[in-house]
Design a protein around this ligand. Structure first.
Ligand SMILES: [Mg+2]
Length: 244
């Protein structure tokens, strides 16, 4: 087997790779549904579930070249769709839910326990960058609140480029920004289709953070390594991707 060496740059997905997006989103959605829509006759946990389903649908149906949504419109439009599931057409309530949700999320969002030690360990030894399917309005405040920028040479918000992972153009853009080639690059992410398949399509290697009960689809090229959390990354890098 070819030895995997000479990695100079590590590219990270953000949500559910470096930080716990799923749990903080669920808690925030339920808290704001209870606070602002508790008098609408809808069980807050049901409205929260509807919001999260609409949010998943928004992110999963984004296509490369999709026009960027109007500034500040993403979260209100998702809440409006969630309310529509219950026959409520109330743009003002959707806007208040969205604003409150954004504030609540910033209070709740946290890095995984292993993230900071790993970033401290890798910083200065590799070029580090984030590649996320996000927009400035959904991701900038979160990245600032978690003080992540200090570890990264660049943060690529694909939505701001009218791109979406797994389009290899996102990964090529990130490698250009870092000044590295695909043979020197590895992508680390939790979504097989978006992170692993996309990285491979751009010629990079890939480490899959397998945090859910998922299997590699039949016939798909497997990632070069699989870890269950970011805490295991340094050991895998030392074993398979030495840059010494
Ligand atoms: Mg992710």
């Amino acid at each position: 087997m070819k030895r995997l060496t000479d990695i100079r740059a590590i590219f990270f997905d953000l949500d559910d790779t470096l930080l716990d997006d799923t749990v903080s989103s669920e808690r925030s959605a339920e808290a704001v549904a209870r606070e602002l829509a508790g008098d609408r006759g809808i069980e807050p946990s049901d409205l929260a579930r509807a919001y999260l389903d609409c949010a998943i649908d928004f992110w999963e149906t984004l296509e490369p070249g999709s026009p960027k949504p109007a500034s500040g419109a993403i979260r209100p439009s998702i809440w409006r769709k969630a309310l529509a599931n219950y026959g409520i057409d109330d743009a003002d309530l959707a806007l208040r839910l969205a604003r409150r949700y954004d504030l609540d999320r910033l209070e709740r969002v946290e890095l995984f326990p292993g993230t900071l030690p790993v970033l401290r360990q890798l910083h200065g030894r590799y070029k580090l960058a984030i590649i996320t399917n996000g927009f400035a309005e959904t991701h900038d405040a979160k990245i600032a609140r978690l003080e992540l920028a200090r570890f990264f040479d660049s943060v690529i918000l694909a939505g701001e480029l009218a791109l979406v992972k797994p389009d290899p153009a996102v990964f090529r853009h990130a490698m250009d920004a870092a000044g590295v080639g695909p043979e020197e690059s590895v992508m680390v992410g939790d979504r097989f289709e978006r992170d692993v398949v996309g990285a491979h399509a751009a010629g990079m290697r890939a480490i899959w953070v397998k945090c859910r009960d998922e299997t590699i689809p039949d016939g798909a090229r497997p990632p070069e390594a699989v870890i269950s959390s970011i805490a295991q990354l340094p050991e895998v890098l030392a074993r398979h991707f030495s840059n010494s």
